[in-house]
Design a protein around this ligand. Structure first.
Ligand SMILES: [Zn+2]
Length: 463
């Protein structure tokens, strides 16, 4: 019996598990179909389960890529699949590369794809792929409806990491973690900062769910999550009571949310890089400079090029870093031990930028007088320039005075500190950083992830 071609079998779990043939059954049926069509099976490509679905459009389907390669290299003449939807990449577009690959290899499109029902014509492929796409979308809609109903009924959302304080299926409390949540809630509602709790816990080796260190973000999201108060959310909104035991009551939940609500930062004016002068490149030891993109994205970077003197090897996004330093400083200031230590610190002689500017203006004013007295400029020019400089000098003096006046009125709770930090502006921020922080070294990113990663930083505090 002469074989009519070399076939690759392609199998994957369908998107809807119910009524889906197991992979073994699929492959077996494909082998039978291949035998019926007198095809020689030269490859069996089986996707690992739990891939695909409309939402990821088949991105994680390595075997589909292998299939395309086999076709392009001319190693197979056709593909046998259990159903046509197995070849869709979450919809019609998956067929385009497949059809292209067959065309590239010069295969007859009417003898390129077979299912257990026989050959699929090119015409049919077009129609089926459009139907697949529609079906996939319906499945996705059905799943959305199921998820919304489950949420209303308070069925726990399971998947991803284990929620802190609960067993994976949320049927039980994890007692150690429950008492940590209660402890943290007590401390926050007593005015303590999340930062100082994290510091304590990290020093004491209190584990997180992932094994990483506690961060303000992690603990804040646990403390403010409706889940620990027994509420089920759907798409970010509470839709009902969860079918699990709460850890804190509703009143405490509301109080925590109020205490830990993110403060909106005011739009910045003028100089917008408060950390310039404090950041050190982890690669070359140079100073990081500000870098503003055309789209407004702000970062700090070790910049190379004329007059820059850096290595060009380090860049970090400004927003994440500034929030980190803010939380660090405010956390330290909210900590009674730091406060006591600060009171004993001799006031840091801080020439600051305001006074630099002032000195510069005063120098220019002296030069202006020289020019006038030596007859280089006329009286009118002198008067107008002098008036302008005087205004600038008064503004600089006021700025310096307000900077001084701000210092004694530092609030004591973390949250108030954060508010003051955001409202008082960059000069105030820089004064506080200068008192507490010697430098922040920014090391290379560990991954290409764009999210802010505090592990890149090494902070040197002032003694
Ligand atoms: Zn550098």
């Amino acid at each position: 019996m002469a074989l009519r071609g070399r076939a690759a079998i392609y199998a994957r779990q369908s998107i809807t598990r119910e009524g889906s043939a197991s992979l073994d059954v699929q492959v077996e049926a494909c082998r039978e179909a291949a035998a019926r069509l007198k095809l020689d099976v030269v490859a069996e490509l089986v996707e690992a389960p739990s891939t695909s679905g409309y939402s990821n459009r088949g991105r994680n389907r390595p075997k589909f890529g292998e299939l395309l390669d086999l076709i392009r290299r001319g190693e197979v003449d056709c593909v046998v699949a259990y159903k046509t939807d197995r070849l869709s990449r979450g919809g019609g577009p998956g067929w385009a590369p497949l059809v292209d690959a067959f065309e590239e290899a010069g295969r007859d499109p009417d003898r390129a794809v077979a299912t257990t029902d026989g050959w699929v014509s090119e015409f049919e492929i077009g129609i089926r792929s459009a139907m697949d796409r529609e079906e996939s979308k319906k499945t996705s809609d059905r799943m959305q409806a199921v998820r919304a109903r489950e949420a209303k009924e308070g069925v726990p959302r399971i998947g991803g990491g284990r929620p802190y304080g609960y067993s994976r299926d949320m049927s039980e409390h994890v007692e150690d973690e429950v008492s940590r949540i209660e402890e943290a809630a007590d401390r926050v509602l007593a005015g303590e900062s999340v930062w100082s709790i994290c510091t304590d816990w990290n020093q004491a080796g209190v584990p997180t769910v992932t094994g990483k260190a506690w961060t303000v973000q992690t603990l804040t999201s646990i403390l403010t999550s409706p889940r620990i108060a027994g509420f089920r959310t759907h798409r970010g909104t509470v839709v009902g009571e969860g079918q699990w035991k709460r850890i804190i009551d509703e009143d405490r939940h509301d109080a925590l949310v109020a205490a830990l609500a993110p403060r909106k930062s005011k739009p910045r004016k003028g100089r917008t890089y408060p950390l310039v002068g404090f950041l050190v490149c982890g690669k070359c030891g140079g100073a990081l400079r500000s870098l503003t993109r055309e789209n407004g994205g702000r970062s700090y970077a070790c910049r190379k090029g004329p007059g820059m003197g850096g290595c060009g090897g380090i860049r970090i996004q400004a927003n994440g870093l500034e929030a980190y330093v803010r939380d660090l400083i405010c956390g330290m200031l909210a900590d009674p031990v730091t406060c006591a230590a600060m009171a004993e610190l001799a006031p840091v002689p801080s020439p600051g930028l305001a006074s630099d500017a002032l000195a510069d203006l005063q120098l220019r004013r002296e030069r202006l007088i020289d020019l006038y007295t030596e007859g280089d400029i006329d009286r009118a020019t002198f008067r107008s320039r002098q008036a302008k400089l005087d205004d600038q000098i008064r503004a600089a003096e006021a700025e310096r005075a307000s900077g001084r006046a701000d210092m004694p009125s530092i609030p004591s709770t973390f949250e108030e500190l954060v508010t003051t930090w955001e409202e008082s502006g960059i000069d105030f921020q820089r004064q506080l950083i200068e008192i507490l922080v010697a430098s922040v070294t920014v090391n290379s990113a560990m991954s290409r992830r764009r999210a802010f990663d505090p592990h890149r930083l090494s902070v040197t505090l002032r003694a």
